[in-house]
Design a protein around this ligand. Structure first.
Ligand code: COI
Length: 366
């Protein structure tokens, strides 16, 4: 990735119609995930001639796109998700935004989009959060979810990488991703659809991966499950990840296992943070192939004691039920197990400033 120390600053052009205090208070009163947006957004444009230019923070609102914009036809698009947390003293912090910047650059390379430097990525977030700091909620479990994204805006129907690209960051004051909060969810294992295959875009955070997950995700809902679990496309036997998050398995001996990164799985920032916390706590951790058969047998015999999902949006969410064609298993008695609960506490304590950040993971924004 480019790592410029020189970068263009985002010029703040304040909105002429900010929400009133009453409107903002009402919007922040009942937070769910991804439904409310702050007053501003960061925006920059790229062309081959000018590189990244016209960096600004402007009024949040609809953007105008030519109907021939390449993203609408060929889905050349990537995104990120990270959160800004309000601490007790009023300061606002992001969790490992450098990791999101690096993954955004890696996704850009895979989708043949121009890279944004780490400095520009971080600066866009800092300026936006500074401008909309009043939109960072302070109630426990809440945060300002930040969604940087980049897409092909050139009006051209030929299939090649676009010569005009827009980068934006929007901000959404949010509560838990699952309306039930830290309560076990049910997972549906899709055996007829795959999220990604070898050489595909599985390791990139691009909209197309999520589009491909929507039909199996709908089947999961129809089966009474919150999330779909994908198996690997090559053998249809190994767990990969869920529709929008990674997954872990805890065995009765206290070891923790997660599917190894094979190029078809998204490398979650939460996933890597969990691996680090577990290793430091002296637990055995394994990144390895995990088969569905092994999981079914393990849950049935008790060799697998807990399962959980993790991601920026989902944080750490216990898995209480695993369902698929011809099976329905209850994990950990349908409750949150102790390892899952401890990890959730440890991670959120760091994010909300209740525990010392010994890793230098938190970056102060305001
Ligand atoms: C995230 O956890 O930030 C995600 O991107 C998952 C989902 C909401 C798309």
């Amino acid at each position: 990735m480019r790592n410029d120390t020189q970068y263009a600053t985002f010029e703040v052009r304040p909105t002429s119609h900010p929400r009133t205090l009453t409107e903002r208070t009402a919007a922040l009163a009942e937070l769910s995930f991804g439904t409310v947006f702050s007053d501003h957004m960061a925006h920059a444009v790229w062309t081959p001639e000018r590189g990244w230019h016209d960096h600004r923070v402007e009024a949040y609102g609809p953007i105008s796109l030519d109907p021939a914009a390449a993203v609408l036809h060929y889905a050349q698009e990537i995104f990120e998700g990270l959160k800004a947390y309000r601490h007790a003293d009023g300061s606002v912090w992001a969790f490992r935004p450098e990791a999101n910047a690096a993954r955004f650059a890696a996704s850009a390379r895979r989708l043949a989009l121009p890279e944004l430097s780490e400095a520009e990525f971080l600066h866009s977030i800092e300026v936006l959060v500074h401008t909309d700091v009043d939109w960072v909620p302070g109630v426990p479990g809440s945060s300002l979810y930040l969604r940087p994204f980049m897409f092909a805006s050139e009006a051209f129907l030929g299939v090649r990488s676009a010569r005009r690209v827009d980068y934006l960051v929007i901000a959404s004051p949010s509560g838990p991703y699952f309306t039930t909060g830290f309560t076990p969810v049910s997972i549906w294992v899709a055996e007829d659809y795959h999220r990604s295959g070898p050489g595909g875009t599985g390791a990139a955070k691009c909209g197309g991966n999520y589009a491909a997950s929507l039909l199996p995700q709908r089947q999961a809902y129809e089966q009474g499950c919150e999330q779909v679990c994908f198996l690997d496309a090559a053998t249809n036997t190994r767990l990969e990840e869920l529709g929008g998050m990674n997954m872990f398995v805890v065995t009765a001996d206290g070891a923790v296992h997660t599917p190894a990164l094979t190029g078809t799985i998204l490398e979650g920032v939460t996933r890597s943070s969990i691996l680090r916390l577990l290793a430091e706590a002296g637990r055995e951790v394994h990144e390895r192939p995990i088969t569905l058969t092994e999981v079914k047998d393990g849950v049935t015999s008790g060799a697998i004691s807990e399962m959980f999902a993790c991601g920026t949006a989902a944080v750490i969410t216990p898995i209480g039920h695993l369902k698929g064609n011809g099976f329905h298993l209850t994990v950990s008695g349908g409750d949150a197990g102790p390892v899952t609960s401890e990890l959730h506490q440890a991670l959120t304590d760091i994010q909300y400033g209740h525990r010392e950040d010994t890793h230098g993971w938190m970056r102060r924004l305001v």
